[in-house]
Design a protein. Sequence first.
Length: 439
Amino acid sequence: MDKLKNKFAEKALPKASEIKEFIKENGDFVLGQYNLDAVFSGQKGMIGLITETSLLDAEEGIRFRGYSIPELSDKLPKVTGGNEPLPEGLFYLMLTGDLPSEEDVHDVTNNWARRAIVPKHVFNVIDAFPLNAHPMTQFSAAIMALQTESEFAAAYRKGVNKKDYWDYTYEDTMNLIARLPRVAAYIYRKTYKFSEHIEPNPKLDWAGNFAHMLGYSNEGFSELMRLYMTIHADHEGGNVSAHTTHLVGSALSDPYLSLSAAMNGLAGPLHGLANQEVIRWVLELQAELGGGKPSKQQIEDYIHKTINEGKVVPGYGHAVLRKTDPRFTAQMEFAKKHMPNDELVNIVWDIYDITPTVLGTIKKIKNPWPNVDAHSGALLLHYGMKEYDFYTVLFGVSRALGVLASLIWDRTLGLPLERPKSVTTDWLKKTIAAKKASA
């Protein structure tokens, strides 16, 4: 058993018993009430999931095991000479609840490097797609093709004991995370770089090796990948990709099946696909206003035009957050350090100065502030990644860290099949009418 697995077992197995006792003693405790609007509005704000890895606060933003993004930037280990936290460290923290040492992170890096070999049939599946297939379609299918390697599925077929589900879920998770950068980079090079593939360099860290396989040798891009993979990793359990992983996994579908389903959710324009929509909108703004850097008044007029056409300003608003997304701020700080004079980045900053004020005048908009997608595209473009359709794949590689860490916890805690109750509109009308009549 590897060191991280030992650490997780030490932390998590006693926790499962503790939670069972907690539920036994407090199962009747009323957490709150919900109304008809909550039922019809996507269950927003209704507590119905357990996610140990992170918690999203409307005012403070995301906290990973209690730590904010600025705190993690300071406390998580970095590569020698680097300034951005290593995603391996965040995965360790999400899984165990403890901040890792440099040795802990080094162990995870080496562990993933040993597991990173991708079977040839997975590349064959990717190669079978036409060049115009969306990268997320290829990514999801490639994860499904990797499912042939599932240790959980093989163990379940042989009749594994329930108490050992977590063990095989852990093995699948570690193998899958190790292989995702190779798969994603293969899709990128096949789709956009004439299938001129780059072999992995096992001496590099996980995100640095990903940057290398994508074909970017600039250390600034490697640093961006370390930041990007860290801040996109998790956003508590109610977002579409995290919830999908939990939901599909609750049927005891293995991590490959669960993550592939989650990536299909991430590919939606109201979730992960938003990052490519943002940069397209910014470039369209720039082109329509004559190129170059538009004035703030021109930007404000274009925002009004977008709204008057019945469209949204992409990258602004969030289902939970009620302030500027700390992930946006982290990217802005990165840009100030690495590319303060980049024209497109400065346009993004001007949009940030204007948009919240404009959107704040619209009553139905509760959150006029930017989310993580409002900035990421400009950073990627600075380093030459102009293939916007691939941006969500980057998001997907990162998001796997959080949702799969959570899936290990789901199996450790023995969380059951998810099966919420649904009713018909007619049932609601009759029930409400009856209650009103009796009142």
